[in-house]
Design a protein around this ligand. Structure first.
Ligand code: AMP
Length: 125
């Protein structure tokens, strides 16, 4: 399903330099910065510079950028020093996943044992 990208979202403003971020990495296709409300000792957000609402939208509209983007994710995780201890990648798409910022982003989480995949049994609503 085609969705419309709203360029007033907060990550678009960060990309345009209209609001600051605590940057950890940038290349021609991606920008990574510390999450403003960290959920783990290491919590970095990495976003593509291409306009996409979510992973689903990115994969449909920019398939040619998928490999480069995930190579940037790997580089950032390595630079953060979480490769050895382990890390988790999370990307939320849509309402059931509680996506709050409509610009595709991947959370890189680590720095401690992260526990189970979901906070509950994953089945209750
Ligand atoms: P999601 O729920 O997957 O859409 O995640 C959005 C994430 O963006 C949350 O973890 C927020 O804490 C984070 N966030 C929102 N605004 C900012 C900001 N200005 N700088 C850094 N992280 C932010």
């Amino acid at each position: 399903m085609a969705v419309v990208y709203d360029s007033s979202n907060i990550f678009a403003k960060i990309l345009r330099g209209e609001i600051p971020c605590n940057k950890v990495y940038e290349d021609e296709n991606a920008l990574a910065f510390h999450d403003i409300a960290p959920a783990a000792p290491v919590h970095v957000i990495i976003i593509p510079k291409a306009q996409a609402v979510s992973f689903d939208d990115f994969a449909q509209k920019h398939p040619q950028h998928l490999a480069a983007f995930f190579q940037s994710v790997q580089k950032v995780a390595a630079e953060l020093g979480v490769q050895e201890g382990g890390y988790r990648l999370v990307t939320n798409h849509g309402a059931d996943a509680s996506q709050s910022v409509p610009h595709f982003h991947v959370h890189i989480l680590g720095g401690k044992p992260l526990g189970g995949l979901l906070p509950d049994d994953g089945l209750s609503r």
